[in-house]
Ligand binder design. Structure first.
Ligand code: AMP
Length: 215
C-alpha cells in the first residue's frame, strides 16, 4: 500500500494524510515536515534545506531522494506509507519508481487534490500550524477550538509558517506549476492517477479521497 497524495501547497493533502494514517495504520511521510524537523534539530540536512525553503524554492532532488530512500527502509513502512509532498519533480518520480521496484512495493494510487489558485492563496495566508505536532488550522475557516491552542496535542504553540508569507507563497505556487505539475502527467500516463475535488468540507474531501483510493 503505497499511496501518493499529490497537490499544490495549501491543497490540504497533509491535513487529510494525518487522519488517513490513523485509519489505515500506515505512516504519513511528509517531506516538508521532515525538513522542518531537520531545521529545528540543526542537522546538516536542515542547514542545506533552509535557504531553499525560506525562498519557496524546491530543495535539490539528490537531497530529497536520499532522504526518502532512507525513510522508506524503516520498519514502520513495511506494509506501506502515504507519501505527502514527494515526488515533486519528474526526476524524483523516476527515482521513486526505481526504489519501489527494488523493494517490490508498487504504487497503489496517486490522488491529485484539485483546488483553484485563488483559494490556495487564501488558505495559505490564513494558515496557522502547531509548532509541536504539525497540525494545521485556518484563522477564519478552521480555527482551533481554544484560541491559540492545538486541538490535537494541546500545545499552545500555534504559529504562521515562514514560507506562508505572500511573496514566498507566490514562488511556491510557481515552483509547483513549473516543476511539480508535470509529475501529474507522469502518473496519468501510467494509469495511476485519480483527481479529486479538494474543496469544501473536510469529511466530504476525506470521502472522495477514500473513494479514489478504493479504501
Ligand atoms: P511542504 O510542507 O510540503 O509545503 O514543503 C515545504 C517546503 O519544503 C517546500 O516549499 C520545499 O522547499 C521543501 N520540500 C518539501 N518536499 C520537497 C520535495 N519533495 N522536493 C523538493 N523540495 C521539497
Amino acid at each position: 500500500m503505497v499511496y501518493i497524495l499529490f497537490g499544490p501547497p495549501g491543497s490540504g493533502k497533509g491535513t487529510q494524510a494525518k487522519t488517513l494514517q490513523e485509519d489505515l495504520k500506515i505512516p504519513q511521510l511528509s517531506t516538508g515536515d521532515m525538513l522542518r524537523e531537520a531545521i529545528k534539530a540543526g542537522t546538516d540536512l536542515g542547514k542545506k534545506a533552509k535557504s531553499f525553503m525560506d525562498a519557496g524554492d524546491l530543495v535539490p532532488d539528490e537531497v530529497m531522494v536520499g532522504l526518502i530512500e532512507e525513510r522508506l527502509k524503516a520498519p514502520d513502512c513495511a506494509s506501506g506509507c502515504l507519501l505527502d509532498g514527494f515526488p515533486r519533480t519528474v526526476p524524483q518520480a523516476e527515482a521513486l519508481e526505481t526504489m519501489l521496484a527494488k523493494a517490490e512495493k508498487p504504487i497503489s494510487r496517486v490522488v491529485s487534490f484539485q483546488v483553484d489558485e485563488e483559494e490556495l492563496v487564501s488558505r495559505l495566508s490564513g494558515r496557522v500550524v502547531c509548532g509541536d505536532c504539525g497540525a494545521s488550522f485556518h484563522e477564519q475557516s478552521r480555527p482551533p477550538k481554544e484560541l491559540g491552542q492545538c486541538d490535537y496535542c494541546g500545545a499552545a504553540n500555534l504559529k504562521k509558517r515562514e514560507d506562508d508569507k505572500p511573496e514566498v507563497v507566490r514562488n511556491r505556487l510557481q515552483a509547483f506549476a513549473q516543476q511539480t505539475a508535470p509529475v501529474e502527467e507522469f502518473y496519468k500516463e501510467k494509469g495511476l492517477l485519480s483527481q479529486i475535488d479538494a474543496t469544501g468540507d473536510f469529511d466530504d474531501i476525506y470521502g472522495r479521497l477514500r473513494g479514489a483510493m478504493g479504501k
